[in-house]
Design a protein around this ligand. Sequence first.
Ligand code: HAM
Length: 425
Amino acid sequence: MASLLQPVQGMSDIAAPEVAHWQRMEAVARDVMERHGFTELRTPLMEYEDLFTRSIGDTTDVVQKEMYSFERSHHRLCLRPEGTAGVMRHAAGLGPIEAAGARWYYIGPMFRCERPQAGRKRQFHQCGVECMEEPSPLVDAEILALQVDLLRAWGVTDCEVHLNTRGAGTEHAAVAAGLRAALAAREGDLCEDCRRRIHENVLRVLDCKNEACRAIVSSLPPVTAFMGPESVAYLEAVEAHLRAMSIPYRRDPLLVRGLDYYEHTIWEIAGRRAGSQSALAGGGRYRITLANRAWPGVGFAIGMERVLQLLLESPDASALLPPRRPLLWLVGLGNAAQSANLVLLRTLRAAGLVCRMAPSGSMKSQMRAANKAGAAWTLLRGDDELASGTILLKNMTTGDQRPVPADDALPTLLLSETAPAPARP
Ligand code: HAM
């Protein structure tokens, strides 16, 4: 039986000090996305299972193998494996007029029952956007650029954009037929999964990791060979916009993406140092049918665990965090001092200081608690200090201490005295 002291396999608690990186990433993401005209949308973690089987596609790995699905009150439900479908459900609920042009972002947990390993979790976090626009190379390039800019704002500079196209939705059957015909003579040399994929979802043969399959697909014509000139021109227009914005990218004719809702532009961003799970982010243009209407959009999602792993491996990871206000600990000897400290605590916190106190204990045990919590400063008083209207300010690093007036000027004095050192340039 699994230990009750551990989170569910493939899921993690996120605690200090690492949580500070999450908070920074979230704050930076909100700032960047709001500057691009996106507002936050928080959809439920649970949806009807059908929403995903219909939009992601029932022959994809996500739907066939990875969803946490169950039945409750006669409904098939599941934990969301990704964010796009829920956002589109929201859009469809608003209706076409209100949803047109909408720009939403989300930050939150997703759930996929995959085999856990470094960089692959069963609960992981995505930061994504969805932009409700009809096909437009300009908008696709804008959204891809936003994703690159957000990664840069987080501190990820060493990554590579892989770009490809799925062609217009109306061409998907022709592309599949063309690939099937091109693979027909080599079918017997493909792995067992790919022999099944040829008939179920032939595009997936292109991203099979098996050596023999890779050798076969590398000799196939690119998917664009099975598309009409408009789809090729669409991709070229996206590329021209990316070049104009100086966004480096690489055309990757074997990139397919693992979700069926895509059409036209698709991309993935790989970290150059992220090891086996190098896909930091993926995105593209899509069309999802809900309530008998096809909803067009373009968006992306970034795997936050993978980005964080990459950032934490860099030698100056701690320099990414803004300096924190130091912790100030109030020590009170006797009931009267403790009670006065509780009042002072609120005043100091309201002034912007970070402070705590122990509920009881000798001076020694209160100082021990201050040390354990990492307090940089302590403020100490007993009956004598209460009577004289002073309080003892101690620097826990140097051990220096001196009495200071416990009056209305105390918060201002402490704010300047305990300010953190400025960040390294
Ligand atoms: P996705 O490629 O399935 O796309 O996931 C996006 C990113 O989520 C991946 O590149 C990866 O960084 C992260 N990710 C996926 N699975 C895991 C996992 N098990 N553990 C850790 N990280 C993971 C989507 O989800 C699409 N909804 C993206 C999109 C939005 N396309 C258009 N709009």
